[in-house]
Design a binder for this molecule. Structure first.
Ligand SMILES: [Fe+2]
Ligand SMILES: [Fe+2]
Length: 287
């Protein structure tokens, strides 16, 4: 039995559901957008239950509490590789033969970016983008770690998957929180809004002093599907966000489509990545 609040057998089941919703197009230049193929309604029950809990419980109040709880970053001092190994201790109930380990997903993402000749900061961004999932190892429930992110404090955008579940969210009854701008001002910039809490926002805060803005945007917004893939929240964006959106879109396919059943050789790749990490990060950082 999974504990209440953790319906997924593995965090990857949410990522797998993204693949169902955003299937890879055979040729991106050939007409059809994924919209025509997308079906939101047939996720397996445990994935639906995950979305239900996420949409019911991600409120402004929870967001403020989680920021107070985690953003002092006073839990651990760890290096990046050490954090990758720590994340790998996350034991899911999923079948170990069919699921990649967390380190393997990170390395496959980074290797796909590297193979396309992108700069070192971009490769490093791929390597670390999901390290915020260590929140699970701090006993956070799944609905507070993963899932598509969205803005809290203003109307829940209609493009958010399983929008109906917001009827169970207490903020849905608050007239201010459900106005178009909510507690924000027009074009205030996404850095000034609260995205639903999870591994993206946490990891952005962990590494914000060490990566260029483009890499930070990729990390902070990689699960923000209503924004980067559905076109929502344009009225909250400033000029900087428009530039960053291009980079977040560039990153997304590496996260979504780099998974292969051919696991990378972790020990073989390790020296390259240890050097890359050392170019940008001190030996220990605060988590
Ligand atoms: Fe992620
Ligand atoms: Fe990922």
């Amino acid at each position: 039995m999974k504990p209440e609040g953790n319906p997924l057998q593995s965090l990857d089941q949410w990522d797998d559901d993204l693949l169902r919703r955003y299937p890879k197009q055979p040729d991106a230049n050939q007409g059809n957008t994924s919209e025509e193929f997308r079906s939101y309604d047939d996720a397996p029950d445990h994935v639906r239950e995950f979305y239900r809990l996420n949409h019911q419980r991600q409120t402004v109040e929870i967001n403020r509490l989680k920021r107070e709880q985690f953003l002092p970053l006073n839990r651990r001092q760890m290096g990046i590789w050490e954090a990758m190994e720590f994340l790998n201790t996350l034991i899911d109930d999923s079948d170990p033969d069919t699921n990649l380990s967390q380190i393997e997903h990170l390395l496959q993402t980074a290797e796909a970016i590297r193979a396309d000749g992108h700069p070192r900061w971009f490769i490093l961004t791929g390597l670390i983008h999901d390290l915020g999932k260590i929140l699970c190892l701090f006993d956070e429930p799944q609905w507070c770690v993963t899932g598509d992110t969205f803005v809290v404090g203003c109307r829940f955008d209609s493009s958010i998957v399983y929008h109906d579940f917001f009827q169970e969210n207490p903020d849905n009854l608050d007239p201010v929180f459900q106005s178009e701008l909510g507690i924000y001002t027009a074009n205030c910039g996404l850095r000034n809004v609260m995205l639903s809490w999870g591994h993206d926002e946490y990891m952005y805060n962990v590494c914000k002093d060490y990566l260029p803005d483009e890499g930070l945007a990729m990390i902070r917004y990689h699960s923000f599907y209503p924004w980067h893939s559905e076109g929502a929240y344009r009225h909250l964006m400033d000029e900087h966000d428009h530039k960053m959106l291009e980079f977040v879109k560039l990153f997304n396919p590496y996260d979504l489509y780099s998974k292969s059943n051919d696991p990378p050789d972790v020990e073989l790749l390790r020296p390259f990545y240890e050097d890359l990490i050392a170019d940008f990060f001190p030996s220990k950082i605060s988590w």
